[in-house]
Design a protein around this ligand. Sequence first.
Ligand code: IMP
Length: 191
Amino acid sequence: MEQLVFATNNKHKLEEVQAMVKDFFSIQSLADIQCDVDIPETADTFEGNASLKSQYILEHYNRNCFADDSGLEVEALNGEPGVYSARYSGSRDMEKNIDLLLSKLATETHRKAQFRTVVSLRLDGEHHFFEGIVSGTITVDRTGAGGFGYDPIFRPDGYSKTFAEMSANEKNQISHRAIAIQKLVTFLKNR
Ligand code: IMP
């Protein structure tokens, strides 16, 4: 089976992606290749950060690989928190990040948002990007105990529950990451 390094240490994401591609690819994490570096994500776009991460693996390990960068973009906040989603409040504490976002939207009725993922694939000397978007609404309060990150306050369009109320399987059918990874998988299968 073809091997690809997924430049992440996030167990949630690794599990999501591994579940999606398990019949086609053997995915190795950063830990699997003994990479314990916190790869700098200094770009101000998802494309830039995903590209920095895949470039690092290519340069230092010379392996076919992909990296992703994602975040939540809220329309009424001009796309915030965007690339700063993981540390919007200045810390990685998601309780604080969600509190800050909800407080900024406290008097806001326009609550449209999207999760966006960009995947950067470095394969046999080529570089490709894949994008996934899921549109939805920021809820007024947290609901649900599943998922991670902003899942308790994001309700995807066409659904009456938040990502945090969905099973992992249900979220994996429709998530931004699933859409981007599905495009990646389709590309790899048709190559
Ligand atoms: P990453 O680049 O995929 O690690 O995402 C950066 C940040 O965006 C995460 O730390 C989360 O706060 C948020 N995020 C990304 N994907 C999701 C998701 O599927 N659910 C909830 N939050 C997410």
